[in-house]
Design a protein around this ligand. Structure first.
Ligand code: HEC
Length: 213
């Protein structure tokens, strides 16, 4: 979506934007069957810092290998330790956010892997992606899954969970587009079509010749 805004939608005339908004408001939403309440209604502030800092050995989160600690180290600087985002929401809240309240966690996983970058005439919005290439630490599939599960459990739809396999799938780009899936069949298909065409032409010419005789 950020790409669509950056390269296209920001240039639409006011009238077109109003027309799109009017159309969307008048159209019945199509939901995933599992989405029973609005995606933006999930979550609440939850501050991780006390549970990941300090030297209490009984602290369950006292490890660099869990979602809370990874969130604190990689996300809290912008989205704040309680997930509420900055005061002006330039760094958005992670609760009451459609990216964390949906049944389908792919937007959340994609935001972490690929970041969000949007340039407009007078603004730049940047969240670094945590996959390669990156300005920040790269996170592996399990780490992205751990952060996603932490974020979902406290700030989003707690019924949704993410596995390292889900992250690997999104990292690869998800479902390949139709053309890419058809590509292996294209060359044999074209050769087949040319052969059929040749057979038809030859048959047609033979029939014509016979008629003339
Ligand atoms: C350098 C600051 C920064 C860091 C670090 C950062 N984010 Fe973000 N994040 C942003 C900004 C800026 C946006 C986009 C705001 C916008 O779209 O206007 C954003 C958007 C998001 C969104 C919403 C995406 C969407 O599609 O709307 C999610 C979810 C998110 N971040 C999660 C995370 C998680 C989880 C981490 C840690 C792995 C993280 N962010 C780290 C700045 C940051």
């Amino acid at each position: 979506m950020a790409e669509a805004v950056e390269h296209s939608l920001q240039y639409l005339p006011e009238g077109d934007l109003h027309a799109i908004a009017t159309y969307l408001k008048g159209t019945a939403p199509i939901r995933d069957e599992g989405d029973t309440i609005p995606a933006f209604s999930y979550g609440a502030p939850y501050d991780v810092e006390n549970s990941v800092r300090g030297r209490n050995p009984n602290n369950a989160n006292h490890s660099l290998d869990n979602g809370a600690a990874l969130f604190s180290g990689n996300c809290a600087s912008c989205h704040q330790p309680d997930g509420a985002g900055s005061a002006n929401q330039a760094y958005p809240s992670l609760f009451h956010n459609t990216a964390t309240g949906l049944r389908n966690p792919n937007n959340l996983i994609s935001a972490i892997l690929f970041g969000v970058q949007r340039d407009t005439a007078d603004h730049q919005v940047l969240m670094p992606g945590f996959s390669s290439p990156s300005y920040v630490d790269k996170l592996n599939d399990q780490q992205v899954a751990d952060i996603s599960n932490f974020v979902l459990a406290h700030y989003g739809n707690a019924e949704v969970t993410v596995t390292a396999g889900d992250v690997a799938w999104v990292r690869k780009g998800g479902h390949p587009p139709l053309l890419a899936r058809l590509q292996p069949m294209m060359l044999p298909g074209m050769i087949g079509a040319i052969i059929v065409l040749l057979v038809v032409i030859v048959a047609w010419r033979l029939m014509r010749r016979r008629r003339v005789d």
